[in-house]
Design a protein around this ligand. Sequence first.
Ligand SMILES: Cc1cc2nc3c(=O)[nH]c(=O)nc-3n(C[C@H](O)[C@H](O)[C@H](O)COP(=O)(O)OP(=O)(O)OC[C@H]3O[C@@H](n4cnc5c(N)ncnc54)[C@H](O)[C@@H]3O)c2cc1C
Length: 635
Amino acid sequence: MPEIREKVDVCVVGAGHAGCEAALACARMGLETVIFTVSVDSIALMPCNPNIGGSSKGHLVRELDALGGEMGKVIDKTFIQSKMLNVSKGPAVHSLRAQADKAEYSRAMRKVLENQEHLTIKQAEVVSLLAEESADTNALYTKKILGVKTFTGAVYEAKAVILCTGTYLKARCLCGEAITHTGPNGLQAANFLTDSLQSLGIEMRRFKTGTPARMDRRSLDFSKMEEQFGDEKIVPFSFSTNPEDVQIEQASCWLTYTNEETHNIIRANLDRSPIYAGVIEGTGPRYCPSIEDKVVKFAEKERHQVFIEPEGLHTNEMYVGGMSSSLPEDVQLAMYRTVPGLEHCKIVRNAYAIEYDCMNPDQLYPTLEFKKIQGLFSAGQFNGSSGYEEAAAQGLIAGMNAALFIKGKEQIVLDRSQAYIGVLIDDLVTKENFEPYRMMTSRAEYRLLLRQDNADLRLRKIGYEAGLVTEEQYEAVCRKEQLIAREIERLQGIKVGANAEIQKFLEAQGSTGLKTAASLAELVSRPELSYEAIAGIDKDRPKLPDDVVEQININIKYDGYMKRQLKQVEQFKKIEKKKIPVEIDYDDIKNLRLEARQKLKKLKPLSVGQASRISGVSPADISVLLVYIESMRNR
Ligand SMILES: Cc1cc2nc3c(=O)[nH]c(=O)nc-3n(C[C@H](O)[C@H](O)[C@H](O)COP(=O)(O)OP(=O)(O)OC[C@H]3O[C@@H](n4cnc5c(N)ncnc54)[C@H](O)[C@@H]3O)c2cc1C
């Protein structure tokens, strides 16, 4: 039988949120790329919640956009409701969240992929990776990737492969006693690739997650629920979307609650839940618990929130947020029907749990390349994370680095002081993760610097240098930076005296009078005032865009806190910059504790900073390591 053999630069296995970003990055960086999916109809599918962003995840999307990713642009075209979360708190934790029209989101991303030069979409199951022993005896890698093979026998030779297989490897879906060997939404699972990965020495693990039921809108009584509206003034996700283009008429979501009756039904049927009956082997995400978990772990709580969210504008399906479950269908129906507004609900799709194979991400460098296999990268749920945004962010970095690797250029590693994406990847590759990893603001040390509003100022340059951000987009951010700096300087330079006109103005604004002259910047820094509020005593100011004004306010008001955080970053960078020579022999370091030696040998950190974050490596071990590196240099 004649063999199909194709030669490309990059193979991306998976067209979920990670795969789409990875493939687009490679193709946009000029590399011939093929993206594989078990179904073309499921490109950028959202198998769970119908939204993009949210606390800390919104940060990831804005960072991804600043670097030249696609998720922010696609959700701006397909959202049906948008909200900036946590606005009553400081700007560090403001986070954008948009309800998506799922089908439209998927369609819009597919269109981008289909029209991308150098990118081919292929519906085929990849069953094995092709690799050879590394020829270079000094190399860090033991193997080199050569390509992939599909179920039908076609071979794709490639210089790099990116694994973005999500929740499909040996997937198993559970709804009580009913178990199917399928991926999400009844799609075909990918049952062969795991064995090939294991034969290459990749250590696999099994995780699980779950989703709630979808209900027919016509069977719900919204009069018993609280209506949830979107923001009046919508902020786009993408820095390149014109804010005027997103001021649309929005759909509503609804809030209702579980009650004692709901909880009693769940408790009485726990033995029929695959999780509690011990049928599920995989570990689930602690921060996205099923309703069974919530009722068991928070037994004292009288009620739990339930968000009813539309899955799109052209469907009657409603998502039941907060009530994911793997209980049997009859129990699901009984428990959902105890919730106000859902008494007569009709379930379109049952809730279910899904188990899948993924891998321990400590096998990766922070570039997302495998430590042992040159040219093999991975991203998304396959790396043990959970969430569309976490997947997309990793996908972009894996794609950029695969392309840079092929071009023989230095790869990109964002550190913890540069981006939430840096925190996400650093946590994945250096910390022990025993459950699906989800991004949270509390995971970032330098929250005040890593805001969603300044992602463009932090990261556009990196995207531009990689070739993913256009000249025009980069110039726009440079202009913005200049405008902010110039205006702050102007405000610092203008002094107003303690005269009657000023005192009267301040009093009218609810602010205390001046004892001596003060700069306009000092007035802006007062909590009760802002740049906009002092317009009346600053008549000659230039007309500035809203996003510039936002930066002026934040930079002036939080100046002291930010300076303090920048000092901490300086300390962090010092240790982060201390590279560990790749040829280091940890067995040769006397006084290193056994646990630290084992962890360092396994995880191969690239810097002393990274080593210091490995659990089981103590500050004393780091001192020993520093002395040894110094002695290596002297030798
Ligand atoms: C039931 C369910 C519930 C979830 N609940 C939550 C939740 O509560 N919170 C949360 O944050 N996240 C949840 N998620 C996870 C969320 O869907 C994922 O984090 C996100 O989709 C991961 O993106 P990804 O690109 O890594 O993988 P996916 O979106 O899963 O995409 C994987 C892609 O790989 C392709 N593929 C896989 N193997 C092969 C192969 N061998 N050959 C060719 N193609 C292949 C598939 O066709 C698909 O295109 C849930 C997922 C599911 C299925």
